[in-house]
Design a protein around this ligand. Structure first.
Ligand SMILES: [Zn+2]
Ligand SMILES: [Zn+2]
Length: 152
């Protein structure tokens, strides 16, 4: 990524923050960049990345920035069952594959094309804006580890 790209991108995030009625702060920008460079990271990992960029920042400030930005749809919060919340900058309709063993999470595009999973067969009167689908399984690396273990 060139410097121009990064600047261009910061401008976009600033605009998105302003549009959401959120103040543009160095902390929020740093948190966004951390989320962007390590998609599906948990808050603690994001905290470390932000500290590497900004120096001192309280854990609470990072949590507050994550909360404000996910509430306004600037980033997305994913909550896999039994694991810490993860954050990502990709906010379009997509799903996740989760490994039961190492908890690695990867993106997977919508099963049926473009956002049809938002059209539930019966919406029961709800206004649906998100469909959270997590496919659980075992990732290739963990499968390999398992196979090795069985061979010894
Ligand atoms: Zn795994
Ligand atoms: Zn994702």
């Amino acid at each position: 990524m060139t410097n121009t790209d990064i600047n261009q991108h910061s401008t976009d995030i600033s605009a998105a923050l302003k549009a959401a009625g959120l103040q543009v702060t160095a902390q929020r920008l740093a948190v966004y960049h951390a989320v962007q460079s390590t998609p599906h990271a948990a808050a603690d990992d994001i905290c470390q990345a932000v500290r590497a960029e900004l120096g001192v920042i309280s854990r609470q400030a990072v949590y507050d920035a994550l909360k404000a930005m996910s509430e306004h749809g600037i980033i997305r919060r994913i909550q896999p069952a039994g694991s810490a919340a993860r954050y990502e900058h990709r906010v379009d309709n997509h799903h996740h594959l989760a490994c039961r063993q190492c908890e690695k999470l990867i993106d997977i595009d919508c099963a049926v094309g473009e956002a049809p999973c938002l059209v539930a067969e019966h919406d029961h009167g709800y206004e649906i804006d998100e469909a959270e689908v997590i496919y659980w399984g075992v990732c290739p690396e963990c499968q390999k580890k398992q196979a090795n273990r069985n061979n010894t």
